[in-house]
Design a protein around this ligand. Sequence first.
Ligand code: PGA
Length: 246
Amino acid sequence: MTQTHKSSLTPLIAANWKMHGDMSWIDKVTELDALLPKNEREHVDLLLCPPFTMVSTMHVLGSPLSIYIGAQNCHADVSGAHTGEVSAEMLADAGASYVIIGHSERRAAGETNADVRAKAEAAKRAGLTAIVCVGESLAQREVGEAIATVLAQIEASVPDFVDVIAYEPIWAIGTGKVPTMDDIADMHAAIRSAVGPNVRILYGGSVKPANAQDILAVANVNGALIGGASLEMDSLAAIARSAPRK
Ligand code: PGA
């Protein structure tokens, strides 16, 4: 895959706050805006994915600042007797424009490839951009099955219309471990071959200010999905600054 494809895709810097934060955190939207003057963010799209409770308020703050707000999960149905669930339509109504789907923490809790596919369909139905997560376990990598595992997950859980995929090796999430840049390049090239030139392929798993520049410079890496380092706006801003300029 050539740099030509990469340069046609604006890097997406996506924060996955997981189950962290309260309403005092909404100020992080304006904090992020203040940390990144226009000339330091023209080269990226910025996305914050807080817990459901903060989506609406953060959308109101983020929208005029061109900071996108997303959610971390949705239900596949529009509505129904699903106590405790939130539909993609409800997220869109609250102002979300993205939704993370099939994160490994949710797959580990029982979400199947079929569930993930249905949720991606729901996101499209509601007008949301789905970020579908895939990634191998350490055991799968150690036996040389990382790429085959991820391509099988894509085949089973990522509909053709999806335009953002996050490659997140499970063993790299929250551990401080990252694959070598060659391994990231090989995986992203394999995903690129499977999904074509127009899909943004994010890397996720222990992205920090110290390694972001190297990771984001790898061919076919079109942004990052960031957990721990996205909770502080100065480190998220540093990661955004380190994304390559077109
Ligand atoms: P991490 O999480 O950056 O804390 O490793 C990434 C993720 O789970 O999306």
